[in-house]
Structure formats: structure tokens, C-alpha cells
Design a binder for this molecule. Sequence first.
Ligand code: IMP
Ligand code: MG
Length: 195
Amino acid sequence: MEVHGKSSQDSHPEVGQVLITRQQISRRVEVLAAEIAEYYRGMELTVVAVLTGSLVFLADLIRRLPLKMRINAISASSYPGKSTDSQMLELSLPAEFDLAGRNVLLLDDILDSGQTIAAVMNELAGHGPASLRSCVLLRKLRPDISGRIKPDYVGFDVPHKFVVGYGLDYDNFYRNLPDICVLRESSRSAERGSP
Ligand code: IMP
Ligand code: MG
């Protein structure tokens, strides 16, 4: 999809085909927001966003939720640097993090192995929320992983490929691409081949 003659892959040799266009994302976020708004109607919501990947999704989603809400951001990193495989997970929470008695919606960019969301949900549950639900923009199709956590809201199911754009990164690049694109296999295999 092109806007002003530029598609997301233009001038980015590492970035391959567009998987989900900005228009498809926008339409899906609208539908997700309607479902979430309906579920939490009349309640106060606390959104906990996992940085940095969910930043763009967060910005688009919350502006479509006509609810009284608080927003908290936490960080969880499972892919430091250029690695695209699961690594040790580090969680970091704000010093003032009061979720007791609140209706909490956890927001993340993508569910891959499920390790991140499972760890974050576990942490949040320990803060005594009144309710705890989860929402991911993308869920990777991973038949190799059983017993993976089931988010309450999912934007799109995507193939088991590494994707970038709309907040998702590779080595902290490409978060600003408006479409969700596949990272070229050659970028990843080149990196695996290096020491
Ligand atoms: P999980 O713990 O294996 O489910 O991985 C989830 C986290 O890894 C996400 O929050 C992302 O930050 C990152 N991640 C997983 N797959 C991708 C991808 O295809 N592109 C970019 N980041 C990814
Ligand atoms: Mg993440």
C-alpha cells in the first residue's frame, strides 16, 4: 500500500513485503476498541502497556476508547540487540505502580512464545487488580508451542515470521513504519552466520 508514493519497504533493504497495511490496522483497531469499550462500559480502566513495541498501538487504541482511564507503561525486553530468538526476560515497573482494585488491561504488540505476556500477567496479578485482561495486536501462529497464554483480545494472527513496523522493531529500528512488514530472511540469516 502506498501513500505519497512511499510504501513501508522503500529505502529499507532489510524490510520485505507488507503483511498488514495501515488501513487494515486502522480498521481492526477500531473494531477492537469497540469490543473493549463495550466490555468496560461504565468502569474505570487502567491500561498497562508493554514498552516499546506497543507504543503506536497504544496511541491509536486509547484515542478510540471513550472510557475514564489511567495509563501505565512497563518495559519487558526479550530480544536485546539483533537477536530474533527468545532471550532472558527483564521486567521493569514504575516506582509508583498501584493496581490494587483496578480493572487492568495489559497491552502488548505481539504474542510469540508467550513468555513475555505470561511473565507480565503473573507480575500484574500479584498487584491485586479487581480484573485483569490482555490484548495483543499480533499473535504469531506457533503450532510448535502448546499451552501458550490466550489473550482476551487479538488484532491479527500472523505467520511465524519476524515482523517490523507499527511499533515493532528489529534492533530498535523500523518502529516508525506505518505498515506491518516482514523482515527479510537474508537480514536474519546474515546475522546468524556472524560470530
Ligand atoms: P514472547 O515472549 O516470545 O511472546 O515474545 C514477545 C516479545 O518479543 C514481544 O513483546 C516483542 O517485543 C518481541 N517480538 C516477538 N516477535 C517479534 C517480531 O516478529 N517482531 C518484533 N518483535 C517481536
Ligand atoms: Mg515487546
